[in-house]
Design a binder for this molecule. Structure first.
Ligand code: PMP
Length: 385
């Protein structure tokens, strides 16, 4: 059978490939976007998991929008206004796919920051959208570029990760948030605000969601992969009910609904008295690991390389001028450290900054220090900075 045209253009995910190579004996991986597996809140979920067999009703088919008590919880927890509602998805990744299927036609223009989340590039590629890249700066997207793009082209949506971006770790400033929201309102562009790392802030005050400044022009994607576990595959989309209803329609044809037993377990976890403490522990753990990685890199990197500083999330971005970072990442893997080259995070044809994405949440402090030694060795051998 011939592949659908939409799939012919999609490259296999380099990250998935590198992740399997990164599991080899002796390799320290800074490549994946994996939370720390030793700190999953499994103990906090244990009682609900044990109780599941006493609740056979949870194992029946359920509503497509999600498990009722969990939806009620979200309505309150996120203080959704009356005209808004939520749909539970099989990971926020599915939420993004549902949005693309519900609201995009081939050739429709979608704005993304460059670089951007690989999984979103794949979704918009499959939807055959025309992706327009806007350069990302230290405090968010280049606003001048964004406004001229909104003014001159017919843009359907702007997909963005304003809190501790994947891959760069950048967090938009308050001013950028307000200005982007104002531009979305002015030009009638829908903001797709993807916030899987929002709760992982380890310094500074949380900033308002961009969508709080343009609630009628936005959809918010949330994920429970980083604060609960990725394996439960639960995420959420919130926004105007008029826009959530089409997502429910698409999800009916995708998978009918996400796992009801897992949604019940997630509800118990989110309501657990110790859950806030679990998140605080994660923030402390990740902050320490980030500090070890950045201190070691800043001490050992040759001049010319530039590491950004982050206030949360799971990634830092290491810029290495005049370097073939794809080649560098391959050499690093041969030296037993896995990293991801920046080129995989750009739309085809976009101007690429030579850089590496480094994850700091899944390796121990000792492993991070050793990984830096191995990486710096390869940078010194391969690059002229
Ligand atoms: N959006 C971004 C920006 C991500 O980095 C990820 C996962 N790494 C996702 C969405 C998908 O998350 P989930 O596990 O909820 O599907």
């Amino acid at each position: 059978m011939k592949l659908a045209k939409s799939l012919q253009q999609i490259q296999p995910s380099y990250i998935r490939e590198i992740l399997s190579a990164a599991q080899a004996e002796g390799v320290i991986s800074l490549a994946g976007g994996l939370p720390d597996g030793d700190n999953f809140p499994i103990a906090l979920m244990a009682q609900s998991l044990i109780d599941l067999p006493t609740k056979p009703e949870l194992f029946q088919y359920g509503h497509t929008a999600g498990f009722g008590p969990l939806l009620d919880y979200f309505q309150k927890a996120y203080q959704l206004p009356e005209n808004q509602s939520a749909i539970v998805c099989t990971g926020s990744q599915q939420g993004l796919d549902l949005i693309a299927r519900a609201f995009l036609n081939p050739g429709d223009k979608v704005v993304m920051e460059a670089p951007s989340y690989l999984g979103a590039l794949q979704v918009f590629g499959l939807a055959q959208a025309d992706v327009v890249s806007i350069e990302q700066q230290a405090e968010g997207p280049d606003l001048e570029q964004l406004e001229s793009c909104f003014a001159e082209q017919e843009i359907v949506m702007f997909y963005a990760v304003p809190d501790f971006h994947n891959p760069t770790g950048v967090c938009w400033s308050l001013e950028v948030r307000q200005k982007v929201a104002a531009l979305c309102i002015k030009y009638g562009v829908t903001l797709i605000e993807d916030v899987p790392y929002r709760e992982l802030r380890f310094t500074g005050e949380a900033l308002p969601l961009v969508s709080s400044f343009c609630p009628d022009h936005s959809l918010v994607l949330r994920s429970f992969s980083k604060i609960a576990t990725p394996g439960i595959r639960l995420g959420l989309v919130t926004g105007k009910t008029d826009w959530i209803n089409p997502l429910i329609k698409v999800k009916q044809s995708a998978d009918l609904h996400s796992s009801i037993p897992m949604q019940a377990v997630l509800l118990d976890l989110l309501s657990h008295g110790e859950f806030d403490k679990h998140i605080q522990n994660l923030r402390d753990l990740y902050q320490k690991r980030y500090q070890v990685l950045s201190d070691n890199l800043n001490q050992k990197l040759p001049s010319g390389c530039e590491l950004n500083s982050v206030d949360g999330g799971m990634f830092v971005w290491l810029t290495i001028p005049d370097c073939d970072v794809f080649d560098l990442a391959k050499a690093a893997l041969e030296n037993n450290v896995a990293v991801v080259p920046s080129s995989v995070f750009y739309q085809q044809g976009a101007k690429i900054t030579p850089a590496l994405r480094l994850n700091f949440t899944n390796a121990s402090e000792a492993e991070l220090a050793l990984a830096v030694d191995r990486l710096v060795e390869v940078i010194n051998a391969k690059c002229t900075c």
